[in-house]
Design a protein around this ligand. Structure first.
Ligand code: URA
Length: 424
């Protein structure tokens, strides 16, 4: 068997065997298969696809390229919640303590921001003192003690995915459901949880731009999960406008705290209660509506917020030192009308430009900058009314770039739903 035979087979739209996929991934890891050969094979997969067995073999080969985390010494049901990435997506720091307040165990390994989308690790790191790296033993002990820990993903978790991902990024081969599903699921399986819950974002600010692709991705991931005996549930949610009001790390943590105190944005709270309800009902056997009511209760009686505080304190963070830039610029609308669309991708890019995200992996984030929306889709604005506040450091923003992110019209268009469907 040679890598050229394998590339040739996929280029002819033939099905690869388990042995061939293992040969490829082993070769990626030991250097026998060169980057240009992997790039050619990736492109053939993007064009000709993979069947369910091939996707599973690829997931499995990648999974076995590095550490598989053993969470068996944590008692109880271990939950992993993942998002395919969005703008203003601060669900994990809210949902994780909420779930832990039910006695579920959240041993969460998160990633940094990618492109215009924010990352959970960056958000937690905006809390001064928060220690994002724990040893394996500290991590397990903390989850056993308080029900949750949020740390950055271990360096050796699915190293094959790191290599493939880096090549996909520079060869225009990111956009392939088999490659995305195997990339995400290899990391989820390696992270060791019993129950995997994935928020598949759909819309202009997300990886999946339309519902049909999001559905296919979700079904593919659920099928992979079932082959490992891991209950996998996907929720398809809207990412046509940013989630909540805040975009940018410390600003998002502030909104996390507000939401956990029951005074957060309506869309964010709705999503949290829906997701929390689904997870709690299917893991603890409660009726869905009852589980949602319990989620509301734990937010309103402060239990979920207390868990968040416990998490942050345990990992050394000082919420009272959270720093938000004091240089605030208010952006006003040039005209009156209904806000029919807010370009999440555009605002995510502007947030990155002002320092809230990275362009290269070595860029240093300014945690104190970002955007807080004053208005959301569906709101009516008078001319010169405030659309958003920009929290800036040294970089300024161009008004035209911001206005281009808003569609303001005389007629109100129907608002898209926040939650499309659940696939399990
Ligand atoms: N997230 C991942 O981990 N992998 C992908 O391919 C896309 C999003």
């Amino acid at each position: 068997m040679t890598i050229l035979d394998i590339i040739d087979k996929k280029q002819k739209k033939q099905v690869l065997t388990k042995e061939e996929i293992n040969f490829w991934i082993d070769g990626v890891m030991n250097g026998d298969v060169k980057d240009y050969q992997t790039s050619a094979l990736l492109m053939a997969i993007v064009i000709n696809g993979m069947n369910d067995d091939e996707i599973f073999y690829l997931t499995d080969a990648m999974l076995k390229s590095g550490d598989v985390i053993d969470l068996s010494s944590i008692e109880g049901i271990k939950i992993d919640k993942h998002s395919t990435g969005g703008v203003g997506d601060k669900v994990t720091p809210i949902l994780a303590p909420l779930l832990a307040s039910f006695g579920l165990k959240v041993a969460k390994m998160s990633g940094r921001g990618l492109g215009h989308t924010g990352g959970t690790v960056d958000k937690f790191e905006s809390i001064p003192g928060y220690k994002i790296e724990l040893t394996r033993d500290e991590f397990i002990k903390q989850v056993n003690d308080i029900g949750l820990a949020v740390i950055s993903q271990s360096g050796n978790l699915v190293p094959a995915d790191k290599k493939l991902y880096a090549l996909r990024d520079v060869t225009s081969t990111e956009d392939s459901i088999p490659l995305i599903a195997s990339s995400i699921m290899s990391k989820k399986i390696a992270s060791g949880a019993d129950y995997i819950f994935i928020d598949v974002k759909v819309g202009n600010g997300a990886l999946m731009k339309n519902l049909a692709d999001a559905r296919t991705l979700a079904h593919t991931m659920v099928k992979i999960g079932s082959r490992y005996n891991k209950k996998t549930v996907c929720i398809l949610t809207n990412m046509d406008e940013p989630l909540g009001f805040a975009i940018g790390n410390a600003l998002e943590i502030k909104e996390v705290m507000e939401t956990l105190k029951g005074i957060g944005p309506a869309d964010l709270l709705e999503l949290i209660v829906e997701m929390g309800g689904l997870i709690v009902s299917s893991t603890l056997g409660l009726d869905l509506e009852e589980a949602k009511i319990q989620c509301f209760k734990k937010i309103n009686n402060g239990e979920a917020y207390n868990k968040f505080q416990e998490l942050v304190e345990r990992q050394g963070g000082k919420l009272e030192n959270l720093h938000i830039s004091e240089r605030v610029v208010s952006v006003r609308t040039p005209k009156a009308g209904f806000i029919n669309h807010i370009d999440a991708l555009g605002l995510g890019e502007i947030a990155r430009q002002i320092g809230a995200g990275r362009y290269t992996k070595d860029d240093i984030i300014n945690y104190s900058v970002g955007i807080v929306l004053t208005k959301k889709v569906g709101d009516y604005v008078e001319a010169n009314e405030e659309l958003a506040k920009f929290y800036l450091a040294d970089k300024d923003v161009r008004l035209n770039d911001i206005w281009d992110c808003y569609t303001i019209e005389d007629e109100q268009m129907p608002k898209k739903q926040l939650i499309y469907e659940v696939i399990k």
